[in-house]
Design a protein around this ligand. Sequence first.
Ligand code: ADP
Length: 531
Amino acid sequence: MAAPSPGARVSRRALVLVGLGVALPAILLAGLGIYLTLRIARAVEDESARYNSYIALQVGEAFERELLDELRRSIPPAETAARSGADTAAVIEALRAGAREFSAPHFVPETELPGTTGLIVESTALLYARGEGARDVRTFAGLLLRGPEGQMLGAGGWWFDPRRFLLAHFEEVVQDRLPENPRLYGGIVSTRRLSVALLGSFGEELLRVRQPGNSRNAQVEPLSGPFEGYAVRVAPALGAPAVWVTRFFGLMIAFIGIMGLATVVAALAGLRYAARQLELAQLKSSFVSNVTHELKTPIALIRLAAETLELRRFSTPEEGQAFLGGIVRETHRLQQLVDNILDFARLEAGQAVFRFEAVDLRAVVEETVENFRPRLEQQGFQVELDLPEGLPPARGDAVMLQHCVLNLLDNALKYSRTRREVRVSVEARDGAVAASVTDRGIGIAPADQKRVFEKFVRVEAGLVHDVKGAGLGLSLVQQIVRAHGGRVELESSPGEGSTFTLVLPLADGTEAPRRGARDARPTDPGRETTS
Ligand code: ADP
């Protein structure tokens, strides 16, 4: 390809700057957006976790209060008995009379009080002790009892099963007490959107109010006092705002990320497109100057030769013949260029019409080579042919295919230095037929092998400055072969030579010639390849 002009380099730099100007702020903004969202999400989650753990503690305390209330409701008969100076048996009897939820009344004399643990709940001492023995799941819970003179007698209370007590009071504590508890931070509404579960000593869920929405903010707080060994787990309930907020943050981050990515991709795609347009504009301008040169040179040479012949300004008949030969040669070149340009314009405009029929590829190739042979031999080329008979017919437009082979032969001639050898062959392939043109010329670097088929592209290295061309030939060849449903293969290594192969589908045997605008093509009758 032609090297970019300084102006083009400046515009390319400007494009890169514009692209960076869009992409960098997009990346920065997206990064900032994601960072802030994550920070807010973390703050919301921390706050939610703190609140959940606070509620779990409140639930624990509520159980203790529930136990105290229960004791207070059951103790009055025992208190009355103690105040009246009754003995231990009568106090125990009174405890039995007052027991509501408790089953085993028990009196702890003052001397044994140190064996119990005290807990102050609502300014009242709640005394408790664990049952002794590995299998005893019971716990003692009692209140202090005083005698007639107000002297301390001991504790009156009951053995009870904490697990049963917790299960029995769970709904009440969570559903009724918690939301109505004015001391709770967050108030009533928040606690109604919480899932609260009672956990056993192995962490197993014993009972639950409301299904948890997610476990991210769940907080587990162990219960203490008479309920030691159990725990409460608090999490936002399904559909709670905290769960939605977590999902919303996830969506928000995904959205910001996608928007940022889309902006960067759009900026890069726009940049690529603009760069390609710039390149195309450059290629077009070099194409115009190439074509101008290509058209003017043969016309000037033809004119000069024709004038020389007209004025008989030659001395020998051989000299005159050489001028005639020059005219023929330059006319051929002119014709080929004009054909290329016209075919290219038709293909670009989508106006090219192919007349597909069953074609003997061997005959097409042979005819083209024979037409072109004088030019090859004149330039000292050795032509080797491998054109076996009996090839299955291809589905193709013979004139278009001749044009392709002609372009390949012309390139072999243009891009060979000292090793002037051209080999042309045809062969049958699996479900296809192929025609190859091989030269021992300058070859094409792997990096350029795809690009040479693009329109206006000429490879910078090699003979491109010495030989004429508009960068249209291979683009045309590829477009024509693709229109046939075939493909062009290229094998080449720099300094070794190149092989271009046209692979064409077979005719299916029912091919009827198609009518088309090609019948009216003005260039066909005069085409070099058909003449
Ligand atoms: P043009 O020959 O008019 O420049 P083409 O489209 O036919 O345009 O070829 C494009 C480019 O591919 C050429 O400029 C040349 O650099 C490279 N090329 C084509 N054929 C050959 C070949 N046989 N050997 C080496 N290079 C080639």
